[in-house]
Design a protein around this ligand. Structure first.
Ligand code: G6P
Length: 583
């Protein structure tokens, strides 16, 4: 969702910014650019495409200057084009700006500025910021005061980094879109999130909403509502190596394989305090988007089954409209990045109604974690591939532990790491199946109880990276409509762990599909269920509670290999971004 980078220090800015942008590319990749300040002038190079394409065309490293800003874009206002790519400049060309987020009232400000003679070169909302700051500078304001006055006029959410010719500083502003500041020796960095800067520093300060920050080579100053404020520095434990592809062709497959370690690590996370909060709560709301929503659904089933407690799970973007707020509500906000704006807005709504917030995130220092009453970190390490893989299973592992802890039980982990490895060994089999299904355009995923959200997650992965139409249903629901779509040859992927009480009903659902020509892919540890499949994916025996952790993995492989079969890049799916910071 647009990645911002800023640098000021003793080294040449452009190559450093380029490196950080590459590490930031999962936030958006339809256009990119860099601006540097040198000799009292600003130079901008930018273009359409992934960073490597823009670099090949314009040689982004070859720019003078020790201060600069960079951007990799995920278009909101204005199609991907050279003019709309950031950095965006003002009329004088002495000011350059990069932006993440949406300025909701940009149209009225644009009209006003156009009346005053400002010439607009792009269709972006960002450009009004450049001209508005220019206007305030013309009226005699200092650089940071001009930025402060401009952002005070904006509605919406934003992260800005602003560069001005002749100034030895960058000005940053944040409201809703994350910005972190990284400290090196005689150099200071800014970025939309931590992984972009790990190659250079592990010392960070995190801007809060409404903050303005001024950075120079020596450090950072923060202001809030016009007054100086302190922002604590934190040391992060992630390293740059953790966010490297190593010998893997893609981050996505690396991160799928990493589940051999990340699932056991998540099952070791301490959930004691969180369990107390759940026990003490009168009612529980779980919020998440996309994959994180599916993890919430697994939790709902487990909490009901293990602890006899009810909870409601909400797609975060619908929470404000559909939740009934009552005293004593605990909100469990699930978000890998901890930055998803829909989740943040839902949490804000919950806070207005005095709900307590427990955040389940992967990113220490993320916006969600900083605003929560309590945090559980899933400890999955950085996830770079746009689609969530290892972070989903880590969320599920932590939430499984939590649901059982509420019931005073522990997860039986003995031998489980070996089972994860056994399932990871199914990679080759899933590759063959993906090959066999390379020309298939419609897929159905079904499961019952805990396996229904796993089916939803499997379908989402396939849609996200293989661009294939996939539907997921609770198996019993199929006969209430979607069965009409099951025709000769349509693959129906059945998530069928033998444990639990539903597999005999599932057999009935499988037969309904087969009778209409559906071709079954059975994932099961029961030979009876496997025998129903045209494609059989034999799974190790597992308790029902832990089954989502294992059964998700073959579906991730299926999506990954289906993506490769169709010639797409799994790490950068079209139209998507890893961290979505617009509503
Ligand atoms: C985006 C990503 C999804 C992800 C969702 C929630 O839409 O493309 O893959 O599941 O955000 O992300 P979060 O960081 O809040 O878990």
């Amino acid at each position: 969702m647009c990645g911002i980078v800023g640098y000021i220090g003793h080294r040449k800015a452009a190559p450093l910014i380029l490196g950080c942008l590459r590490a930031h590319e999962y936030r958006g990749y339809d256009s990119a650019g860099i601006a540097t300040a040198h000799d009292g002038k600003i130079t901008v190079k930018k273009g359409v495409g992934k960073i490597a394409e823009v670099d090949a065309k314009y040689d982004l490293e070859d720019m003078e200057g020790h201060a600069g800003i960079g951007h990799t874009r995920w278009a909101t206002h204005g199609a991907p084009s050279r003019a709309n790519a950031h950095p965006i400049t003002d009329c004088t060309g002495r000011l350059a700006i990069v932006h993440n987020g949406v300025i909701e009232n940009y149209a009225e400000i644009k009209k006003e500025l156009a009346r005053r003679g400002h010439k607009f070169k792009s269709e972006t909302d960002t450009e009004v910021a450049a001209h508005l700051i220019e206007e305030y500078l013309k009226n005699g304001l200092e650089f940071e005061a001009a930025v402060g006055k401009a952002v005070a006029r904006f509605r919406g959410n934003y992260g800005f980094a602003v560069l001005k010719a002749g100034e030895d500083k960058l000005v940053l502003a944040r409201n809703g879109s994350p910005l972190v500041i990284g400290f090196g020796r005689n150099e200071v960095f800014a970025a939309s999130d931590v992984p972009a800067l790990l190659r250079h520093t592990r010392e960070f300060a995190f801007m809060e909403d409404g903050d303005l920050a001024v950075i120079d080579a020596k450090g950072a100053r923060f202001m809030h509502d016009g007054r100086p404020v302190r922002r604590r520095r934190m040391h992060v434990s992630w390293t740059a190596d953790m966010a490297q592809k190593d010998c893997y062709p893609h981050f996505t497959i690396k991160e799928i394989e990493e589940q051999a370690a990340s699932i056991p690590a998540a099952l070791r996370v301490d959930v004691g305090r969180a369990a107390k909060l759940v026990r003490a709560a009168k009612r529980i709301h779980v919020l998440g988007c996309g994959t994180s929503y599916h993890a919430g659904l697994v939790f709902k089933h487990l909490l009901a089954r293990a602890a006899g407690r009810e909870c409601e799970v909400f797609v975060a973007s619908e929470y404000g409209e559909s939740a009934v707020m009552k005293p004593g509500t605990l909100v469990i906000a699930v978000s890998q990045s901890g930055e998803t704006i829909d989740t943040m807005m839902a949490v804000r709504h919950a806070r207005l109604h005095r709900a307590k917030v427990l955040a389940i995130t992967n990113v220490v220092g993320s916006s969600l974690s900083r605003g929560a009453d309590a945090n559980v970190y899933i400890n999955a390490g950085p996830e770079v591939g746009v689609v969530a893989t290892k972070t989903f299973t880590s969320q599920v592992a932590v939430l499984t532990k939590l649901a059982l802890a509420v019931a005073g039980r522990k997860v039986a982990v003995n031998g489980f790491a070996k089972k994860v490895k056994d399932v990871l060994a199914l990679s080759g089999k899933m590759k063959e199946i993906a090959h066999a299904l390379r020309n298939t355009d419609d897929f159905f995923f079904i499961g019952r109880s805990l396996s229904a959200p796993v089916a939803m997650e499997g379908a989402l992965k396939l849609k996200e990276i293989a661009y294939v139409h996939a539907e997921a249903y609770s198996a019993g629901e199929l006969k209430h409509g979607p069965l009409s779509l099951i025709a000769e040859g349509i693959p129906v992927i059945v998530i069928a762990p033998a444990a639990g009480e539903t597999h005999h009903k599932l057999l009935g659902n499988i037969r309904e599909c087969k009778a209409r020509g559906g071709k079954i892919m059975a994932l099961s540890d029961s030979s009876r269920l496997l025998d129903e499949g045209k494609w059989k994916v034999p799974m190790p025996p597992v308790s029902e509670e832990l089954s989502p952790l294992l059964y998700t993995i073959p579906l991730q492989f299926l999506a990954y290999y289906s993506c490769l079969e169709r010639g797409f890049d799994p790490d950068k799916p079209r139209n998507l971004a890893k961290s979505v910071t617009v509503e």
